[in-house]
Design a protein around this ligand. Structure first.
Ligand code: NDP
Length: 253
């Protein structure tokens, strides 16, 4: 696997926390520090801290951090155009940025939360994909991993919009994979169950009690468990696509 990742340029959205941040470390680990990482998120200070931590482990690592709001569609092309030359030729795209906002009955969901989830999880993911795809098509190779969710398989009450966004991610991923079936571009969906990250804190808008109660009667995955699967999926032989995978803690049904 290390050989297949050697020198690859990996672009991770939502790399300032949780699964995205863990994925950055996992790629460096799995490639003996040779991958070149593009890490995007809105909180630049978090990305700076993450980069510092990664460089402690891999002092020679090539890491480009950049402020990126996936909902700001106008800025996606400038973000890619302004990449330093050695990061421009992206090989692997991890569409990880995503969120749930609130846990409410349909009648009371605020329009800003609806748009926030749709714009980030669906429109943002599609826009990033559209922007990176020409790079892959030019060389007829590249991997796209989209983060779905078990919520994109089974809808639950008070999660209507989040579930709708993750069902959309699943459908988009499947459609794109089929569209590109005769190319060497692989499109993959990784759909986690419960993972302990900042996800719940964001969902409950900073309410730590509510956020931590989500994990109380569960044994959530750690972000590196999902990161490990992402790296595994993108380091298979070129004839193989890990098309669509659920990853659960063993306690989740
Ligand atoms: P976290 O909240 O820990 O991390 C989310 C990341 O996304 C952060 O780095 C955040 O950075 C970034 N992000 C949020 N909005 C934007 C935006 N508009 N533009 C760019 N980056 C953004 O969550 P997880 O690591 O848990 O979630 C990662 C993915 O996994 C999501 O797609 C989520 O839906 C999915 N998932 C998570 C599960 C879980 O139980 N945790 C279960 C199933 C799926 P910043 O705020 O700095 O922009």
């Amino acid at each position: 696997a290390a050989e297949r990742l050697n020198g690859k340029v990996v672009f991770i959205t939502g790399a300032s926390a949780g699964i995205g941040q863990a994925t950055a470390l996992e790629y460096l680990d799995a490639s003996n520090g040779t991958v070149k990482l593009i890490l995007g998120a809105r909180r630049l200070e978090k990305l700076e801290a993450a980069k510092e931590q990664l460089l402690k482990r891999f002092p020679e690592a090539k890491i480009h951090i950049g402020k990126l709001d996936v909902t700001d569609t106008e800025k996606i092309h400038p973000f890619l155009d302004n990449l330093p030359e050695e990061f421009k030729d992206i090989d692997i795209l991890i569409n990880n940025a995503g969120k749930a906002l609130g846990s409410d009955p349909v009648g009371t969901i605020e329009i800003d939360d609806i748009k926030g989830m749709m714009d980030t999880n669906v429109v943002g993911l599609i826009n990033i994909t559209q922007a990176v795809l020409p790079i892959f098509q030019k060389k007829n190779s590249g991997d796209i991993v989209n983060l779905g969710s078990v919520a994109g398989r089974e809808a639950y009450p008070t999660g209507s919009i989040y579930c709708a966004t993750k069902f959309a991610v699943q459908a988009f991923t499947e459609s794109l994979r089929k569209e590109l079936i005769n190319t060497k571009i692989r499109v993959m969906l990784i759909a986690p169950g419960i993972v302990e990250t900042e996800f719940s804190l964001v969902r409950y808008k900073g309410d730590k009690t509510k956020a931590s109660s989500v994990y109380e009667n569960n044994s959530p995955l750690e972000p590196q468990d999902v990161a490990d699967l992402i790296v595994f999926a993108t380091s298979r032989r070129a004839n193989t696509v890990i098309a669509d995978t659920l990853i659960f803690p063993t306690t989740q049904g």
